[in-house]
Design a binder for this molecule. Structure first.
Ligand SMILES: CC(C)(COP(=O)(O)OP(=O)(O)OC[C@H]1O[C@@H](n2cnc3c(N)ncnc32)[C@H](O)[C@@H]1OP(=O)(O)O)[C@@H](O)C(=O)NCCC(=O)NCCS
Length: 148
C-alpha cells in the first residue's frame, strides 16, 4: 500500500493490493484484497469490507456495517447505525449488510438494512427496508423498480 497523504489510519487491517487514497480516515476496520478506498472516505471501528470492493469519494461507513466482496459504493453514500441519535445517553448500534456484488448509487442514504446480492440502489435513494437479491431500487423511500 503506498502511503496516502493526510490520511489517518489506526489499527486497520488492509489486504494485499488494496489502494487507500488521500484524506481517508480508517479506524480499527478491516479491508480485504484488491479493494479501493477513494479520498475523503470515513470508515469506523469494526467495519468489515471484502475483496474487490470499490468505495468512491466522501462516503461515510460507521460501525455496524459489513460489506461483502465485489460491492460498489458510489460517492457520498451515507450509512446509518443509530435510528434515534441523541447527544447523550445510551444508543443501540444497528447493523447493515451489503451482500456480494451489490452496488449503491451516488448520494444514497442507507438505514440499517440488508441489501441483497447483485442489487442496484439508484442514485439519491433512501433505503429504509431490506432489499432482496437482484433488484433495482430507487427513490425515497426506495422501492423496487424491476428485477435485474
Ligand atoms: C436507477 C438507474 C439505474 C436507472 O437507470 P435507467 O434504468 O437507465 O433509467 P432511466 O434513466 O431510463 O430513467 C427511468 C425513469 O427513472 C427515473 N430515475 C432514474 N434514476 C433515478 C433515481 N436514481 N432515482 C429516482 N428516479 C430515477 C427517471 O427520471 C425516469 O423517470 P420517468 O420514467 O418518470 O421519466 C440510474 O438512473 C441510477 O441512478 N444509477 C446509479 C448511478 C450512480 O450512482 N453511479 C455512481 C457512479 S458516479
Amino acid at each position: 500500500m503506498s502511503k496516502p497523504k493526510y490520511s489517518i489510519i489506526r489499527d486497520a487491517v488492509v489486504g494485499r493490493n488494496s489502494r487507500i487514497y488521500d484524506h481517508v480516515n480508517l479506524y480499527k476496520c478491516q479491508i480485504g484484497k484488491n479493494s479501493k478506498v477513494d479520498a475523503f472516505v470515513y470508515i469506523e471501528e469494526g467495519v468489515i469490507i471484502g475483496d474487490r470492493v470499490k468505495i468512491r469519494a466522501f462516503s461515510f461507513i460507521p460501525s455496524g456495517v459489513l460489506i461483502e466482496d465485489d460491492v460498489f459504493i458510489g460517492p457520498h453514500v451515507t450509512f446509518i447505525n443509530d435510528k434515534y441519535p441523541r447527544v447523550r445517553g445510551q444508543w443501540k448500534l444497528l447493523k447493515t449488510i451489503v451482500k456480494k456484488g451489490a452496488s449503491i448509487g451516488a448520494g444514497s442514504v442507507i438505514l440499517p438494512v440488508t441489501i441483497g446480492k447483485n442489487s442496484l440502489i439508484g442514485a439519491g435513494s433512501v433505503v429504509t427496508k431490506d432489499i432482496p437479491d437482484n433488484v433495482l431500487v430507487q427513490g425515497n423511500p426506495a422501492k423496487i423498480i424491476r428485477r435485474l
